[in-house]
Design a protein around this ligand. Structure first.
Ligand code: NAD
Length: 298
């Protein structure tokens, strides 16, 4: 069934996601503060709107893909009153669980319905429509959004009520951040012991050290030719985005009194890396910082 969708935030992720909705036969009215992003989406079939308010007027579903919670909450303040009552608001940005719940209640108080639906899979997944969506909200809201999310992704999981999608996202990325540090430390330790990267890879990838950080995003060049390490750590999943997600996880752990020692330490390590040499690198480039700080050379 073709739907009329307002899509706000047409950046690295939102642009290709909106275009995939157009390709699936939906009418998409897009808006972005950046004229260049708006034009790129318009060139690919998205109908450009002059403002977010104009985009949502008459839409059946409003999808947002914005940098952080502040932008989502500010935008919701402006646009929930401009939509038709009962319109479904699905936010795909990665934001704090608490902000997602505030966004839900802001939409519901204005007579709308809401879902948080953050994604995993990066720009490559956004372009290829192979994202994983993690949704939080009611059954009816999920059922309505699912066909649209499925047009932009390969897997759509209903994680629970308001905020549950964001909760799943930060828990998953805490696992990923910690495991990337673990894999990187193991490679640097192996180097200091005279172990080749390939030998460690051949063992760990088929033994109990196996994980995505090793077998897909291997932080040293060679064993996995498609990993960012083979293209001088060009992202991939940029370190500042990992630092952002780990910051959200660390805040949630602190406010919930959760003893997440490795999660908190990993958040600190990625914050420092992303603020320095990692600013434009894939998050696996942290192996170089670990090596440099160990005084080792590859
Ligand atoms: N890039 C990734 O690999 C990736 C992966 C998973 C999740 N995410 C999450 O997806 C979200 C978007 O990421 P991105 O990489 O597309 O960021 P981006 O900065 O490329 O895009 C965000 C867009 O939002 C626009 N924008 C900001 N405020 C706006 C407003 N008030 N009205 C209209 N447009 C506005 C910006 O102009 C920009 O084009 C973030 O929350 C990020 O954490 C990103």
């Amino acid at each position: 069934m073709s739907r009329t969708v307002a899509f706000i935030g047409l950046g690295h992720m939102g642009g290709p996601m909106a275009v995939n909705l157009v390709k699936a036969g939906h009418r998409v009215r897009g808006y972005d503060l950046s004229p260049a992003s708006l034009k790129a989406a318009a060139d690919a079939g998205v109908e450009p709107a002059a403002s977010a308010t104009e985009a949502v007027a008459g839409a059946e579903v409003v999808i947002t893909m914005l940098p952080a919670g502040r932008q989502v909450l500010e935008l919701y303040q402006d646009i929930v009153g401009a939509a038709r009552p009962g319109t479904l608001f699905a936010d795909c940005s990665t934001i704090a669980v608490a902000d997602a719940r505030t966004a839900h209640s802001r939409a519901v108080s204005a007579g709308m319905r809401a879902l948080d639906a953050p994604v995993s899979g990066g720009v490559v997944g956004a372009e290829a429509a192979t994202l994983t969506f993690m949704a939080g909200g009611g059954e009816g809201e999920f059922a309505e959004a699912e066909p649209l999310l499925a047009a932009m992704g390969r897997k759509v999981v209903h994680c629970g009520g308001a905020g549950a999608g964001q909760a799943a996202k930060i828990c998953n990325n805490m696992i990923l951040g910690i495991s990337m540090i673990a894999v990187s430390e193991a490679f640097v330790l192996g180097e200091s012991l005279g172990l080749s990267h390939q030998a460690l890879y051949d063992v760990a990838s088929t033994a109990s050290g196996q994980c995505w950080a090793l077998t897909v995003n291997c932080p040293v060049p060679g064993p996995v030719p498609t990993s960012p390490a083979n293209r001088d750590y060009h992202p991939g999943f940029a370190a500042p985005l990992m630092a952002k997600d780990l910051g959200l996880a660390a805040d949630a752990a602190r406010s919930g009194g959760v003893r997440a020692e490795l999660g908190l330490r990993t958040a600190e390590l990625y914050a420092a890396y992303a603020a320095g040499t990692g600013a434009a690198e894939d998050f696996s480039g942290i192996v170089r910082t670990i090596r440099d700080q160990s005084g080792e050379q590859a």
